[in-house]
Design a protein around this ligand. Sequence first.
Ligand code: SAM
Length: 380
Amino acid sequence: MTIFGSTLTMNHPVNAETMRSLSTVPVEDLSSALFPEWRIRFVESSSSVEGLQMAPTFNHRSVQLAEVLDLFSPVPAGVIVDCTLGGAGHAVALLEARPDLSVVGLDRDPVALAAATKRLQPFGSRAVVISTRFDALADVVEAGLAGRGPWPKNSEGEPLLVVGILFDLGVSSPQLDDPERGFSYRADAPLDMRMDQREGQTASELVNSIDLDALTDLLRENGEDRLARRIAKAIVAARPIATTGELAEIVAGAVPAAVRRRGHPAKRTFQALRIAVNAELDQLSLGLDAALEVLVPGGRCVVLSYHSGEDRLVKRAFQVAMTGGCTCPAQLPCVCGATPVVAKLHGGSLGATDEEIAVNPRAESVRLRAVVKLEEGQSA
Ligand SMILES: C[S@@+](CC[C@H](N)C(=O)[O-])C[C@H]1O[C@@H](n2cnc3c(N)ncnc32)[C@H](O)[C@@H]1O
């Protein structure tokens, strides 16, 4: 876990070369590794840094911003942990809407962290940015509340409690749009797809080593692709595969012409591999468990999913927490002693409005679910 001070400003355009060099760097050294030959300083204003270049630009339009603000508006004063900080769009809106809230923002992507750190600088100690995966959420909160890490504090110097948790899952627009990151089937680049290029297997390493059955399952489960077997066979036959362009072409060649006419044929394959490379579903399970644990009563957890596998997982985790894991038959009163931990804040899941989708096509697949943590003994 690497912690960036809330006023840390980084002034280096993070390019592909820098990103590649990160893969050999221990996480603890991230801040100096990110900008080895540049300055990283705690500064009053970014313009005071000699040799200033622009921090990475991060053009990402936050999804369901109004709904997120609305859902968090009743929470008491305290900390919102934004588990998927990205460009800090949701975080900035929350800090602006509620002066009594602070934000602890987590992300595993150094480019997002650099952009978010710069964007959050005006909020001073109300914003803390931490480089970590959100499966470390419980540790981050424990360290913060115990005074072992930077954490927003009240005027008496006491750590503020967690009153909200936000997950805005998946990848950001800059991750998708930068061909060098290897997420996009629209450009040719090394087949990488790691949100954090310092760790783990690349998509290329994965497709070149996985066996046919496992690849078929992966494409079926993460990509919900009815042509999974056919595509998997084509991939295995064409190995080794090094670039996004090669993979996109192999998938396009494996699907019938009628399917090719319904949008890019490689979309689902790329999504499935990305989810696997970044262990996104495992991360989500662990993150959700921790989130429901660390929230104070009255605190809220809001999750935006963009994939039915993610949404199913969120629905199930919330359902278990809403019943306290009750195993009694549905129509009978509970006799197993389970106690609900949360209550849902609306029926089903919320999609984006047509107006939002018109200006932000990324919002089309979103499903929002939200719960509030109950007092001990309080009924749902
Ligand atoms: C959709 S973007 C968030 C955008 C943000 N809400 C905004 O308004 O700018 C998702 C972000 O979550 C990060 N992310 C995804 N999975 C993560 C994980 N397991 N741990 C930490 N960060 C993660 C990605 O790197 C990406 O920056």
